[in-house]
Design a protein around this ligand. Structure first.
Ligand SMILES: [Zn+2]
Length: 237
């Protein structure tokens, strides 16, 4: 099991850690700042700096089959660290920060378009959500205007943990129909955007909505009779 430091502080870009597993398909550490692919967000890239100064490029981060161990996927053919070796794990911060901004923008998009979310993904300073919006008209200019108004509020984003039982008693907290929040560990992480939104989420977010910067709605597509895909893109922060 890997201690997931990004769950408490998404801004921590590096940590010292100890190697627990070292295989060509993945290196596991006792703790990490690398976010593993999941919830529509890609895995972090970065490096592991070994004791002898060698820098091992990490091309992706994934969960192992136990869903508790995080695997840093090394570049093909790279020399692997020894077990129990101390390393410095460093993420590609610029890449991650764009994803934090885009991911937080999608929370706000779900406030602007308050319909059940059936899917979504976070890209490199862009993202999309799929909604079952029924016959409700989704107007590109209107969504964009309201989304930017929420960003401009510069609302604080914070997290807290609640017991599984508390979430089960408040099912309306869950907006995504396709991605159920990870339950079974006894607790669930709730992300609150001050005065605007509260939902379970395991992803990485910025601390204030103002950090998202200017957002554009780049497209609204019809995916089915009642399903619409809304795409957004962010300017450079
Ligand atoms: Zn989130």
């Amino acid at each position: 099991m890997t201690q997931a430091l990004f769950r408490e502080d998404a801004y921590q870009a590096e940590t010292e850690a100890t190697v627990l597993l070292s295989e060509p398909h993945g290196v596991a550490l006792d703790r990490t700042v690398f976010y593993p692919q999941g919830g529509g967000q890609s895995g972090d890239q970065g490096t592991l700096e070994l004791e002898d100064g060698t820098v091992l490029p990490i091309v992706n981060t994934v969960y192992d089959s136990d869903r508790a161990t995080i695997l840093h996927v090394p570049a093909e053919g790279a020399a692997l660290p020894r077990l129990a070796m101390r390393v410095i794990a460093r993420i590609d911060w610029e890449r991650r920060y764009k994803r934090m901004r885009a991911h937080t923008a999608l929370h706000l998009l779900s406030v602007v378009a308050p319909y059940p979310v059936t899917g979504g993904s976070v890209g490199d300073a862009d993202g999309r959500l799929d909604f079952d919006s029924g016959e409700a008209p989704l107007d590109k200019a209107d969504i964009e205007r309201r989304l930017n108004a929420l960003i401009a509020l510069d609302a604080a984003v914070s997290h807290r943990w609640i017991a599984d039982a508390e979430l089960e008693a408040n099912p309306s907290l869950i907006k995504t129909m396709s991605v159920k929040p990870p339950m079974g560990t006894g607790r669930v992480r709730l992300i609150a955007i001050e005065g605007l939104d509260l939902q379970p989420c395991g992803g990485t977010h910025v601390a204030r909505t103002g950090e998202i910067g200017r957002a554009s709605v780049t497209g609204i597509e019809k995916k089915g009779k009642i399903n619409r895909r809304v795409r957004i893109a962010l300017g450079s922060a």
